[in-house]
Design a protein around this ligand. Structure first.
Ligand code: GDG
Length: 470
């Protein structure tokens, strides 16, 4: 069963959102994201197709088009949403791969749903792929797809990219289905990870969980050779800078500072409300700095925590914890007409995000574990005047690249407080030097560079044999 497409992207979610049209009918809007802007040129050039879930329980919408982009909508039943998406993806794999910050749950029924859903995505990929096509599978929700496709189609090239960390073997070994997951991934020709350390962890899992031989970046699987290497993801830096430079966005940034009562320093956090992001520790550090008077009275914190996975238990617990901490700080330090923490449990358009990035003097990224963290790179891309400072957790992929940041261990609250104070009192010359360094990296290594380097390496994967990827 051969399809028509030379390039097939498979990801858990489609790059479009369902919205309500003027007559109450549902319409599809492209959801702006780095991945789609990076892959769109390749998709258009090669007549590609994108396979993914729509985000709603219900039947599959099947093939459709949005702005000339060919899409195939997959359906998940209400039970599959519960067992596959909220269960195995968000309550087993997500915490396990983020160093068990929250305890992962292991349920056989969830695993069965994971296998079934992966099989249906693999079938869709097989059906869409033309002879000799390239199939690019994304992320932890679809780790079995590469092998499931390989079993039916030896003619295609398969790449896989893991957006989240790949944990050390002692942690990965907890997974009752560790061998199946490793073998599922090894159906690919090339496996991409955010950091070198993730690729190294995966190579170790191949040896330990599947008893396979590895040499450098290569894994021997029967008569095939699979390669695992780092391809740090990035953002559409030029596109975002263009938004940040718009007159309306700059005006909005000034309005935000005015609305905050013109503080001397604006600290900013922007995260999905997720326990990996270290929001409570950031709030605690800020609260202590206020108590100790080390930041002065005119320092505001804006914390955007966009709603995420609200039906998963650990996320409800986190929301309560964050909201209690915010209330406590505001209760203690607010004055009539001024509130130290502006907490925004909402989602915003990209223009508003850019205005927030422009309005902030110090960006706080304090993840306990994060595959990359695009927010850090977005902040840097928006700071075209080379001002501003970034406090960045060592436990993000971004820390390997953004060497101009104030790197912190988010578990070390005193160290975190010191870094916030240093970032808030940085001299303009030092800020410029650091920001210039970071901007060079983000502008040169943007998301198009990432996609190109992955796809070029995939195109040559089999020709290179055992040559290690730099
Ligand atoms: C996973 C990995 C890896 C957030 N709130 C709003 C909004 N956002 C956007 C940000 C950013 C994205 O969402 C979040 O990306 P992150 O990288 O920070 O984190 P995850 O969602 O956990 O992503 C991560 C990433 O995959 C890519 O591989 O970096 O490590 O965990 O782009 O700007 N965007 C808008 N409104 C919001 O309210 N428009």
């Amino acid at each position: 069963m051969d399809g028509l497409h030379k390039f097939v992207v498979v990801s858990s979610r489609l790059p479009v959102d369902r919205t309500e049209g003027p007559d109450g009918e549902s319409e599809w809007q492209p959801s702006p994201g780095g991945l789609v802007s990076a892959l769109e040129p390749v998709m258009r050039e090669s007549g590609g197709v994108w396979i993914g879930w729509t985000g709603d329980a219900g039947p599959a919408p099947g093939p459709f088009e949005v702005d000339g982009l060919a899409l195939v909508g997959m359906g998940l039943s209400a039970e599959q949403v519960r067992d596959y998406y909220e269960g195995f993806c968000n309550a087993t794999l997500w915490p396990l791969y983020h160093d068990v910050i929250a305890p992962p749950e292991f349920h056989r029924r969830w695993w069965d749903a994971y296998v079934t859903v992966n099989r249906s995505f693999a079938q869709a990929a097989v059906a869409q792929a033309a002879p000799g096509a390239t199939i690019w599978v994304h992320d932890y929700q679809l780790q079995l797809v590469p092998q499931m496709v390989r079993e039916q189609r030896s003619d295609v090239r398969i790449g896989f990219f893991n957006h989240i960390p790949f944990p050390g073997y002692e942690i990965f070994a907890q997974l009752p289905w560790r061998r199946q997951v490793v073998l599922g991934l090894l159906g690919a020709d090339l496996l991409g990870f955010q950091r070198r350390a993730d690729a190294v962890n995966f190579l170790r899992a191949c040896r330990r969980a599947a008893g396979l031989a590895t040499r450098g970046a290569a894994i021997r699987v029967g008569d095939r050779e699979v390669r695992a290497a780092a391809f740090p993801i990035s953002i559409d830096a030029a596109g975002l800078e263009q938004i940040a430079r718009q007159e309306t966005v700059r005006k909005r940034a000034a309005e935000i500072r005015l609305a905050l009562d013109e503080p001397d320093t604006v600290l900013l956090g922007i995260d999905r409300l997720d326990y990996t992001k270290g929001i409570p520790v950031r709030l605690r550090a800020y609260g202590e700095l206020l108590r100790e008077g080390r930041l002065g009275p005119r320092v505001a914190l804006v914390q955007v925590a966009s709603p995420s996975r609200e039906r998963v238990g650990a996320y409800r617990v986190l929301r309560d914890e964050v909201e209690q901490t915010v209330s406590r700080i505001n209760g203690e330090y607010a004055e009539v007409g001024s509130t130290p923490v502006q907490y925004l449990h909402q989602s915003y358009p990209r223009e508003e995000m850019a205005a927030l990035y422009l309005a902030a003097d110090v960006m706080l990224v304090t993840s306990l574990r994060d595959g990359m963290n695009l927010v850090a790179k977005e902040y840097v891309a928006c700071r075209y005047d080379e001002s501003g400072a970034l406090v960045l957790s060592e436990f993000t992929g971004a820390a390997d690249e953004l060497t101009g940041a104030f790197l912190v261990n988010p578990h070390d609250i005193e160290g975190l407080k010191d870094a916030i104070v240093r970032a808030a009192t940085i001299s303009p010359a030092d800020a410029r030097r650091r920001m210039r360094l970071m901007r060079k990296r983000v502008c040169e290594h943007d998301v198009a560079y990432w996609a190109r380097s992955f796809l070029d390496t995939l195109a040559h994967a089999q020709d290179h044999g055992l040559v290690a990827v730099p």
